[in-house]
Design a protein around this ligand. Sequence first.
Ligand SMILES: Nc1nc2c(ncn2[C@@H]2O[C@H](COP(=O)(O)OP(=O)(O)OP(=O)(O)O)[C@@H](O)[C@H]2O)c(=O)[nH]1
Ligand SMILES: O=C([O-])CC(=O)C(=O)O
Length: 603
Amino acid sequence: MTTIDTISDAPTTHPGLLAWVAETAARTTPDRVVWIDGSAAQHQSLIDELVAAGTFVKLERKPNSYWCASDPTDVARVEDRTFICSPDRADAGPTNNWADPGEMRATLRELYRGSMKGRTMYVIPFVMGHLDAEKPMFGVEITDSPYVVVSMNVMAKTGAQVLERMGDAADYVPALHSIGAPLEPGQADVAWPCNDTKYIVQFPESREIQSYGSGYGGNALLGKKCYSLRIASVMARDEGWLAEHMLILKLTSPAGTVKYVAAAFPSACGKTNLAMLEPTVPGWKVETLGDDIAWMRFGRDGRLWATNPENGLFGVAPGTGWDTNPNAMRAIAAGGSVFTNVALTDDGDIWWEGMTPQPPAHLTDWHGEDWTPDSGTLSSHPNSRFCTPIRNCPILAEEYDDPRGVPISAILFGGRRKTTIPLVTESRDWTHGTFMGATLSSETTAAATGAVGVVRRDPMAMLPFIGYHAGDYFQHWIDVGKGADADKLPKIFYVNWFRRDADGGFLWPGYGENGRVLKWVVERLEGTAAAVETPIGHVPAPGSLDVDGLDLDQEQLAAAVRVDADEWRAEIPLIQEWFDRIGPKTPTTLLTELDGLRARLGL
Ligand SMILES: Nc1nc2c(ncn2[C@@H]2O[C@H](COP(=O)(O)OP(=O)(O)OP(=O)(O)O)[C@@H](O)[C@H]2O)c(=O)[nH]1
Ligand SMILES: O=C([O-])CC(=O)C(=O)O
């Protein structure tokens, strides 16, 4: 590995970057500074160090793949420690934690003082999206966590090729990360150092990120949620595009017609699964473009084109199995993955709940303890993850490599709701679709710390990721629609795979069967499927959803697609409460939509 002891040996002459790296090194006082070059040799040497340190365990049964367990207190995004530090508090809005940028900088400056002592400071030049995009989206993450470097090498394009393209003048998002665990001389390290004090901070106006104390997921891999959603959503507002928490898929019909679909579901609500779907309906084919983030810009043809800025998959492990998501299983079998907080099998493989119907007789659980099916505990943390190169995905669409992206025909919004929300509803138009997105609700999951299963509004699945005022964000969505040719805008649908029956069972089998819903969506776009108009939008007419070969009785299907006026009447005060919380910035058009819904429900 190239170790560069002095900044003057740096592999760049970009004056701003050099100054920032020097200043950060002076404050955080690492033992060494290492520039990430993106080479396989350097990547491997970091992995070897992590194995030697006991942080990684090499898997015997997956090529070049590693098991890792985090500190049990550092397992998910910390939304209560995430801040949007706009100069004016009002710009962060009621859904974000806000702190004065000057005060926050001062607090963090103190925390970073000596925070990398005894450690190596890595400088990771990266690009989200294509290097040859019209305007490449550069970032540089400075971190003292080799785990973060290895993961960033998977999730983004990193290294010398990026630095070279940045030249001396490119703008980039500086993203500073420290686990906040300085090592005194002679002090033994732990496998997952971190700090109880955590800050995940975005400075939207100056496009900067500072993160402290956590080494896990979106808290630490700063190209992901912090840059590609929180910071990018502000750039998108200013420049007239959309940075969204969406998967992107390519759908080909038996007749060979191709449609591209984007879908926004909250964390751990099925994006990776839908993006890699194997449809059960004969002749339909899904290919993957992205499983988490979509950047959408209008093309010269007036259509909305989407790209996936990421290079890897950071998927929820539990529930991923050969029967639910065989393509994810194939992707991880191909190697080059890091698995965090899953269980280890006795023969050097990984396992998690839902991978196979029968658990192995003995495992080492994510705490490193012996585990058997009788243990009465979960072997893997519910937010355990696989981090895998997207090129491992066997159904990656060839358009992934096209910097222009793909033209989107349909946008799906969806959440996890036991009641009320039908399997699929089509909006009447863009504004109504924006209302559906703005009022999206979902039960919380283990992807963030805090209670699981609590229903909350999660607009466009972006609640924790909108980098500015949610009311302005809704207005931005409406404006995007206003400025466009209505015929060319994607059609918006609202889906719910998670509606339950009285016994708590899922009404809809989900996973590969969701291809049936995608088929209905495409047939609606083409005007060939029938729908029934209801107070909340159009739902499948009886017989219009293809359930051929599906073991589902008519009553269950009817319950899955049913619009229950009483349930919706109960929803209205919750939506009102939500708009009240957003306050005077709630766009009038959305209030008018709510009035219309009320009237249609006879309220
Ligand atoms: N019942 C049911 N569960 C599903 C379905 N699709 C996904 N899930 C489960 O939902 C959980 C999360 O699925 P993912 O596809 O990883 O969710 P994600 O939205 O990509 O999650 P993030 O990576 O956090 O953004 C897993 O446990 C899945 O097994 C479905 O159609 N029905
Ligand atoms: O950001 C993370 O830690 C993981 C993730 O993809 C999400 O929560 O949606």
